[in-house]
Each structure stands twice: as C-alpha cells, then as structure tokens.
Write a protein that binds this ligand. Structure first.
Ligand SMILES: O=C(O)C[C@H](O)C(=O)O
Ligand code: SF4
Length: 521
C-alpha cells in the first residue's frame, strides 16, 4: 500500500515519528506529572526527599522549556505499533529509523546504541535490535504508535522471580497470590534508590521468561490512574501501592514517604513447571507517549495519555519556593579539594560545587585500573555521568543534558582508582558499597549523591566544556572536563564510615519484614 492512492505518506509519517520521539524525550505525560506532584505534596518541607522532588520538578519544567531531554539516558527506544492490514511495515520501520537518527543528531536522544562485543557506539541510536519495534495488525482504520524510552539504570533493576522461592525479609513465596505479593514488594525493596526512585512498576504474572518480561513491560503502557478490570489484581495493585510506600526508601533512596508512584499488574497462562513473576522497574522519568496516525496522510490525528489535569510545575515551584530549607549543613566547595576539606564533610550535608569536574563511567573506570590518567586527577572530582553533547559549527561542545548515572557499577574499581590518582570526591546516584566506603575512610574521600534524572537542572550548572578525553569510547563514556557553578549534591557516604544508603537499606529491610504475614489467602 505504499504506492498509489491511499498509501501511507512516508515522509509525513517520519515527521510524525520524529515529533513523537522529541515529545516523549522532553515532556513527561500528564498522568506521570500528577503522580510526581502528589508525591511532592506528601513530603515534609525541609527534608532531603522534598529537596530532591523540588529539583525533579524544576528539571521537568526546564525540559519543557528547553525542549531538551528530561534525563540524559534517553533509553532503549521501544515502539509498539498497531496497523491496519495492508500498511507497509518495512517502510514504516525505515521511516522510524530515519526519525531516530535525526532526533539523535538534534540532541533529543543520546547516542545510546553500543556494540556489545567491540564497545563501539554507533552514534545514531541504530544497531542490531535497536530500536525495538513491535508490530501488530488490527481491524481499526488508524495506526496506533506507542513509544517508551526506558533508561538503562532502571532497566538494571528489573527482576524476575521463579516461584516458589525464599525472599530476604519475607520468607517463602509460594505459587499463589500471596507469593506474588511478596515478590512485588521485594522487587521494590531491591531497587532501593538506584533506579531513580520513586518509580513505577509493571508486573507480569506467568508466561515464560521472555513473555513474562514482555507482559511486565506492556503494563507500563497503561495509564497511571487506570483501574485494573481484574478484581483480584486491582486489590493487589492497591495493596502494593499502599504498602510499598511504607518501606521508607523515598526519592533517590534518601528516605521518605513515597517510594512507588504506580503499580500495574497483568497476568497470562504459564507452563505447569514454571511460575514467573516478572517486574519491570521504571524511574520517575517515566517517558512514554503515544499517537494515533492516519494510515493515508501519515499525520498525527491525536496524542494519547492526554486525559486529566496537566500539572504546571512552574506554579507548583512558586508555592514551594519559600518553604524549602535543606536538612543538614550547606557547604560551598571549590574544586580541587584537599583531604582536610573532604574529611570535614558528613552524611546529610548539602554541597554546592564550583570549579572543575571530570566525567567518568564504566569504560573509563575499567581503563584507569591499568593505565595512566590523561590529566592530573589529584584532588579532583569524578562525576559518574554520560551526558548528551552537541558540537556547534565552530567545533565547540555544548552540554544538552547531564544527570548522574548509577554509581554501584563502579564498585569493583572506585576505591582503588581514588587512591591511585588522589581523587577526593565522586558524584553519582544510588550510592556505593562497602569496598568504596572503606576506601573513603582510608584515603579521605566522599561520595556525593546528585539527583538522578535531573539532566536539565545539572546541564544548567555546567558553564563550559573545557576539554574531552577518550572520545573514542563514545559520547556517554568519554571523559568530559566540565566547569560548574553551584552544582548541588548531598553527602551520602563520608570518610567517617557513614553511609545513608546502608542505613536506608537496613531500615527498609526491617519494614519489609513487617509485611511477611499472609494477606491474600
Ligand atoms: O546511562 C545513564 O546516563 C544513566 C542510567 O540510566 C542510570 O540510571 O544509571
Ligand atoms: S538516570 Fe535515572 S531517570 Fe535517567 S534513565 Fe537512569 S534511572 Fe531513569
């Protein structure tokens, strides 16, 4: 049907897909905004959770205004498409690929497609199996395209249980509704703040390992405030929403009232021998949208997920402006840092950083273990960040989005690297483990937690890009030399052996154990 009268106009369709990609990456849907605004209302002014949510709200607002990515990790583009019989799916796929490459070139998507064997970044978000596009035919007379941009950090927190099993804090989970209940609570617990809580979960009960996950992800396409038509699952969703929020993990794992923003559960048949509960965890930066497209003109006929009130975060922030003094001390730091300065910092302090910081994530940490650094890192700050960058016509780089990445991936390297190069601070999110904590104490270092997903907020703190090394590792993995002003983060691991992450994990495990008794019999 791609030729002659009535054929889908591919140029227009490509433009529509481009619009969908840009809108999804830069503007959170209304239902998600409402859930975040509600969470913000529940937190007491002055707490770390309230401060983090204020930054998140500012970030959402800035992404709207700048038409720039809400989070620098623009995820694995996953399209679910329903098409009337006869529309050329091969041509649609090509048009989507072109739209993806264009959006990457324009800085609306980060080049995120990496060759798993060579580590080479394709640079345009295309590659084997990327983007994910799933077609289904239907009898209706329009094309329904839904897109989710789910980042890698929250994807890493997905989990699949095979029942029966033993769960920390909750004991045995059997092959029944109560066993399922325990798995879901455990899934929220094990994510802690690492997937940029507060999060949304999609749960798939049944299927095999792959269809179970597929079903879980499918749930993320449901509107946050829909009601499950299956009465048993509706009750389970309500139960999870109420009780997962008792875990006290809170925004970014800082502790707080809201840990979960949404829970959607689906069910399918299974094999007699298998009983999987699959959980897809999505960060607060829950980027999914959809459009109805004309199968003739290729034009967008309607945007989906548009029901209900649209929260204007600019107004919300005006209301909050007077009432948010941060918990703990507020300390201005000028990089490079001395050991003495760093040893004065304590968990709970809010720091505002001026001066230089250097990005370093997975490839660089691995590399630095047995190579020299390209610059003197003595006293410097490493930022776990893979930004979205654009080069202008004069060859100068500009930061388009630059929030933190999950630090725990660097746990095997971090302590040694800090000692080897004299690094005094690392900034990331989600915290690090015992090995790093011990190194901070021994060497005199600090871990600073930035607000995950707040990529516009942090991009605004970066005043200039003064250099780059390891560009051959790809844009997200390169070492960017950034000059910052008023870059705000919270001390969550200090040089005195204290870790907020350890504390929150411990207290949330105690709270999880209180939910051990059967509820659904
Ligand atoms: O890759 C990134 O920039 C962040 C990632 O999504 C993460 O949450 O760790
Ligand atoms: S950094 Fe956080 S907000 Fe961004 S994709 Fe990763 S988990 Fe989501």
């Amino acid at each position: 049907m791609d030729k002659g009268e009535g054929a889908l106009r591919m140029e227009k369709f490509q433009e529509s897909m481009y619009q969908l990609i840009v809108e999804t990456s830069t503007k959170l849907p209304k239902d998600v905004r409402r859930a975040i605004a509600k969470a913000k209302l529940r937190e007491n002014a002055g707490t770390r959770a309230a401060m983090a949510l204020t930054t998140i709200a500012e970030n959402i607002q800035m992404a709207d205004e700048n038409v720039s990515p809400i989070c620098q990790d623009t995820g694995m583009p996953t399209f679910k498409i329903k098409v009337p019989v006869g529309v050329n799916q091969l041509k649609m796929k090509e048009a989507i690929h072109r739209a993806i490459a264009q959006a990457t070139k324009d800085g609306k998507l980060r080049p995120n497609s990496v060759d798993s064997l060579t580590g080479e970044n394709s640079g345009n978000n295309l590659g084997d199996g990327v983007p994910v596009i799933k077609f289904e035919q239907w009898e209706k007379d329009y094309i329904d395209v839904r897109l989710i941009l789910k980042g890698g950090g929250c994807e890493n927190k997905n989990i699949q249980y095979s029942l029966p099993c033993e769960l920390e804090g909750l004991g045995r989970a059997g092959r029944d509704l109560d066993g399922i209940r325990k798995c879901i609570l455990h899934a929220v617990y094990q994510a802690q703040g690492q997937g940029c809580s507060a999060g949304f979960i999609g749960v798939g009960i049944g299927g095999d390992r792959s269809s179970g996950y597929e079903l879980a992800k499918e749930q993320l396409f449901r509107s946050v405030d829909d009601v499950n038509p299956n009465e048993e699952l509706r009750k389970l969703e309500d139960y999870i929403m109420e009780n997962a929020n008792k875990l006290g993990i809170g925004t970014m794992g800082f502790g707080g009232e809201t840990t979960l923003l949404g829970c959607k559960i689906g069910v399918m048949h299974r094999l007699p021998a298998s009983f999987f509960v699959s959980v897809a965890y999505n960060c607060w930066a829950f980027r999914r949208l959809g459009v109805k497209v004309s199968p003739e003109t290729g034009e967008i006929q309607e945007w989906l997920y548009q029901e209900g009130e649209n929260v204007d975060f600019a107004k919300e922030l005006e209301k909050a402006a007077q009432s948010v003094p941060a918990e703990g001390r507020e300390i201005v730091l000028e990089a490079p840092l001395t050991e003495e300065q760093v040893r004065q910092l304590k968990v709970g302090d809010v720091v505002r950083i001026n001066g230089m910081m250097y990005t370093g994530r997975d490839a660089i940490h691995k590399h630095l273990m047995d190579h020299d650094a390209p610059i003197d890192l003595n006293g410097q700050i490493i930022y776990h960040c893979g930004p979205v960058m654009l080069k202008d016509e004069n060859g100068n780089w500009h930061v388009k989005a630059a929030g933190p990445t999950t630090s725990i991936r660097e746990e095997p390297y971090q302590g040694e690297i800090m000692k080897k190069f004299g690094i005094r601070a690392v900034i990331g999110k989600g915290g690090m483990g015992a090995k790093t904590l011990a190194a901070l104490k021994e060497h005199g270092g600090v871990y600073l937690n930035a607000i995950g997903g707040a990529a516009q907020y942090y991009a605004d703190c970066i005043k200039s890009v003064e250099g780059v090394d390891f560009l051959e590792f790809g844009i997200p993995e390169a070492m960017w030399h950034l000059r910052v002003e008023n870059f705000t983060a919270v001390v969550t691991m200090d040089s005195h052996g204290n870790s907020l992450h350890e504390d929150v994990e411990k207290s949330s495990l105690e709270k999880l154990a209180q939910l051990k008794e059967p509820v659904f019999k």
